[in-house]
Design a binder for this molecule. Structure first.
Ligand code: HEC
Length: 153
């Protein structure tokens, strides 16, 4: 009898831990995915903020830096599809990503190529503020257009 109880307990313990492992793995994996996309976005925010400061003449940047900031945005945008692809239902990290992203995936992911294209155009005219202005405005629309639909605040 004693022996039976021990085995039953052991089985129960193993059962619980076997069930707990995938759940924990999902949580850690989902949290990492949330952090990846947030850091990618924070990079976009930093680059756009610095370019905005440059456009207003509030800070001076060498042309090469402006060029690289624009290329950085283009590169980040090109990773958007893969960075946002994993759904993160088990995440405990705070996230502003709406579930609609994965329900309307093509519409959501479709915002990234336009942003990439414009950022590459911006890189081409780095230093020429008159040419940069309208492209920056288009890029701002990409950010806002997506955030309005898919980011909760
Ligand atoms: C295709 C949609 C999409 C586009 C385009 C987009 N964003 Fe985002 N952004 C999001 C989503 C969704 C989040 C919320 C992510 C989360 O919290 O998991 C976000 C979050 C952010 C954040 C907060 C990051 C953090 O630290 O939590 C910043 C800053 C940001 N975006 C800036 C930008 C800028 C600047 C652009 C344009 C250059 C841009 N985004 C373009 C979807 C987009």
């Amino acid at each position: 009898m004693k022996r039976f109880v021990k085995i039953a307990l052991l089985t129960a313990t193993l059962g619980v831990s076997a069930a707990a492992v995938p759940a924990q793995a999902d949580e850690a994996g989902d949290n990492a995915a949330v952090q990846s996309r947030q850091h990618m976005m924070a990079g976009l925010g930093g680059a756009m903020g610095t370019l905005g400061c440059y456009m207003k003449g509030e800070c001076n940047l060498p042309k090469g830096v402006v060029h690289l900031l624009a290329e950085g945005i283009a590169y980040s945008a090109s990773t958007g599809h893969d960075v946002f692809k994993p759904e993160t239902p088990a995440a405990t990290e705070k996230t502003e990503a709406k579930a609609d992203i994965w329900a309307n995936w093509d519409d959501f992911a479709g915002h990234f190529p336009k942003l990439e294209e414009n950022a590459l155009k911006l890189a081409d005219v780095a230093g020429d503020k008159a040419a940069m202005g309208p492209i920056m405005a288009e890029m701002g629309k990409s950010c806002k257009g997506c955030h309005d639909d898919y980011r909760s605040k």
